[in-house]
Design a protein around this ligand. Structure first.
Ligand code: SF4
Ligand code: SF4
Length: 165
């Protein structure tokens, strides 16, 4: 008798399951799905890689390019990269169907052109980062920004040694 009562109550509730995956499913607002990097906005600052708990984002320089590489296979969808990005270049999408037969599908990569130091010729920052920094300083100081931090330190030490004479 008691069982019949439970059955009756549950039938009164109606259908509570979804036909997913036979029908698409709506995710709620604020859902944290696959992170996506906008290659047009990213400046290559590295902030996202610094805060990513499982090191799913790596940043490295190669052949005159700074590479920002995201590996979804390690991502825990915490959203810290999106919170920290100063350019709003990385966001968590609503996409959650991420299974694949190829590991290559789990990588996203942004390649950013880099600037050479006018003293030593070494690539040291991205054009986008430099352009952003140049907007913050007066025009007469912009020339010095084309020199890498190591050369600046070397030149400063050199000048300081002259000052002691
Ligand atoms: S995605 Fe944002 S935080 Fe990450 S390197 Fe690009 S600009 Fe920096
Ligand atoms: S969502 Fe979290 S784990 Fe995934 S890439 Fe961003 S910081 Fe890393």
């Amino acid at each position: 008798m008691r069982r019949l009562g439970i059955l009756g109550r549950s039938m009164g509730v109606g259908v509570v399951t979804k036909r997913y995956p036979y029908e698409p499913i709506e995710v709620p607002d604020g859902f944290r799905g696959k992170p996506v990097i906008d290659g047009d906005k990213c400046v290559g600052c590295g902030a996202c890689a610094n805060v990513c708990p499982p090191n799913a984002i790596e940043i490295f320089d190669e052949g005159g390019y700074r590479i920002v590489r995201l590996y979804i296979g390690k991502c825990i969808f915490c959203g810290r990269c999106s919170d920290i990005c100063p350019e709003n270049a990385i966001s968590l999408s609503r996409e959650f169907e991420l299974s694949t037969t190829s590991t290559n599908d789990l990588y996203q990569e942004v390649r950013l052109s880099m600037v050479k130091c006018k003293e030593c010729g070494r690539y040291f920052t991205t054009y986008r980062l430099l352009a952003k920094a140049m907007k913050e300083v007066p025009p007469e100081e912009r020339e010095s920004m084309l020199i890498c931090p190591e050369c600046k330190a070397r030149i400063s030490a050199h000048l300081a040694s002259f000052a002691r004479w």
